[in-house]
Write a new protein. Structure first.
Length: 118
């Protein structure tokens, strides 16, 4: 059972980003993190907001996570306060993501051998 539930009144508007940086790999215990940019005012925490905790992972970036299961929920950058970056694995319906541009970043990290198939 999930502690937190959220809702987005709008579709994801920007891009789906596959981040290969060392922080995202460690935070997700995977080869990369899949994120989607959403207008901050379109996201509502339906329940469990009292269970969310924050930390600053790097200057200007605040991450929100569940205090019970430690799942990463989203993060906000100081220079983009109008947007939140959601972890795609939390979405119940990700169909709208198929039409958006998809982009890999930080592929020059330690896992440079992991790349898109051509």
């Amino acid at each position: 059972m999930w502690t937190s539930r959220l809702s987005s009144r709008e579709s994801v508007r920007s891009v789906v980003v596959y981040c290969h940086c060392s922080f995202c790999r460690k935070a997700t215990s995977s080869a990369f993190s899949i994120n989607a940019m959403v207008d901050r005012k379109a996201v509502t925490i339906l329940e469990g907001s009292d269970q969310l905790r924050t930390y600053q992972s790097s200057p200007g970036k605040t991450r929100y996570y569940c205090q019970n299961c430690y799942s990463q929920i989203y993060h906000v950058k100081d220079e983009q306060l109008e947007m939140v970056t959601l972890k795609v694995g939390l979405l119940d319906n990700s169909d709208s993501l198929a039409q958006l541009p998809h982009k890999h970043i930080h592929q020059d990290s330690d896992w440079a051998w992991l790349r898109e198939e051509e």
